[in-house]
Design a protein around this ligand. Sequence first.
Ligand code: SAH
Length: 221
Amino acid sequence: MALFWLPWGLFNRGPRDPGERARRMVEEQLRGRGVTDPRVLEVMSELAREDFVPAPLRRAAYEDSALAIGYGQTISQPLIVATMSQLLQLRGDERILEIGTGSGYQAAVLGRLAREVVTVEMVPELAEAAQARLARLGLTNVRVAVGDGWEGWPAAAPYDGILVAAAAPSIPPALVGQLAPGGRLVIPVGPKDGDQVLKVVRSDGSSQDLFGVRFVPLKRG
Ligand code: SAH
């Protein structure tokens, strides 16, 4: 019997249960790589990342990389989602703006960490798919809007935190203007396919550079 079962291990690449796969992702890729916020670790171990990727990529959903989600866009690497979420220093009562909904995964993480999330996406098809997905998963505190995030989303401003999931050529002034006092903007800044740096910008306009990153570009409407 033991010999009969042995080869199965060669084909079975890790657990199938999404909960177990997400927990492993957290242990192997996030904990010990600078992600220390216990709420971020907990939320990411509970959300099934495979619900946010195209069906053919479900097996790859917990890999340590960005994945293509169509329309030339990507769902960010789990470590980047965790790090950017942690940088917002959320406690649970905040109102958050995300620019670049994509699959909706980052918005779902933020929805579990904060009180309310508005997320803006320029590609209507992606926005629609993300909204349906978030509703199906019961994330009723996340609202998807279609528009050009370069202008933020003034209708629901100010925000305690703003997270931009695409690289901007420079810091969009409208976003700084939509921060509540003491709020933080987490944003990759730099040219398309070039040296981009992750920045944290405060409501008074002061900013801090963190480390080099690689994001798809923030488009201008
Ligand atoms: N946060 C996403 C990943 C986003 S990829 C996730 O968790 O899956 C970046 C997204 O930003 C893409 O979907 C792209 O269409 C969108 N985008 C690019 N420029 C934009 C802009 N000016 N306004 C709103 N969305 C934009």
